[in-house]
Design a protein around this ligand. Structure first.
Ligand code: HEM
Ligand code: HEM
Length: 184
């Protein structure tokens, strides 16, 4: 449930805040690992892609919880000063984020599962996440590969837009904004 204070300084619930920052940190780590793996090969690449896949599976897990939490817990009302176009743009960015945080890791999981010879995803040596029951020919596999890379890459643009919006509200419009997504 969103917490509303009497002076109108609304903020997200602690659960939503923890999920937001946990997922954001995991995604940014995964983007860095993917970028580093791009130029690597052999065991160096495996030591980057192992954590990439395990972290990606964690993103999917926490994102499902975040979506369920969001469906059952409405967001705190937006500051009254926000212009109409800003409300619409922030809604679009948030909806795209909710789609991406599920679709990008799911596409990664499909990618690995559709690769003949996969033995599941090693989750930091703790257990093995089974493959999804899919099979794909070479063309299908390449298509999933392109989809996964593009969904992953789309995060960079969306994060940039999201952070710019938050900075604008906080520092140019001078409205208290960051505290909405910060425990206090
Ligand atoms: C991959 C990284 C990130 C993802 C996936 C993400 C996702 C989201 C989503 C989905 C919401 C809307 C929550 C809702 O209303 O249901 C949100 C809100 C918010 N995020 Fe992020 N975020 C990320 C990174 C960041 C970063 C780096 C900042 C720092 C500037 C940030 C600051 C905020 C703030 C202040 C809000 C509240 C906005 C509002 O109430 O309108 N986020 N984020
Ligand atoms: C939020 C989670 C994820 C993000 C943001 C993400 C992002 C990315 C990006 C940007 C690339 C492209 C790197 C390049 O250009 O070479 C990539 C590659 C890859 N990802 Fe992910 N990924 C995520 C989750 C996953 C998951 C869950 C798996 C598998 C279980 C996975 C498996 C792979 C594999 C195998 C590649 C290499 C593809 C290739 O080189 O052909 N990813 N990922």
């Amino acid at each position: 449930m969103a917490t509303t204070t009497s002076n109108g300084r609304d903020r997200y619930s602690t659960v939503a805040i923890i999920l937001h920052w946990l997922i954001a940190a995991l995604i940014i780590t995964n983007l860095v690992l993917a970028k580093l793996a791009e130029g690597a090969s052999g065991s160096a690449r495996s030591s980057l892609m192992g954590p990439h896949m395990a972290i990606g599976i964690s993103v999917l897990f926490f994102s499902i919880i975040m979506v369920l939490w969001r469906i059952t817990h409405p967001r705190p009302p937006l500051p009254a000063e926000l212009a109409g176009w800003e409300r619409v743009l922030s809604k679009i960015v948030h909806v795209l984020f909710y789609i991406l945080i599920i679709a990008a890791p799911l596409a990664g999981w499909l990618l690995v599962s559709s690769h003949g010879g996969s033995k599941g995803i090693d989750f930091f040596g703790l257990f093995t996440v089974p493959d999804l029951p899919v099979s794909a020919d070479k063309q299908g596999h390449e298509l999933i590969d392109t989809v996964h890379k593009n969904l992953g890459g789309a995060f960079i643009y969306l994060i940039a837009l999201h952070v710019l919006g938050a900075l604008k509200h906080q520092f140019i419009d001078k409205m208290p904004y960051f505290h909405r997504m910060w425990p206090g």
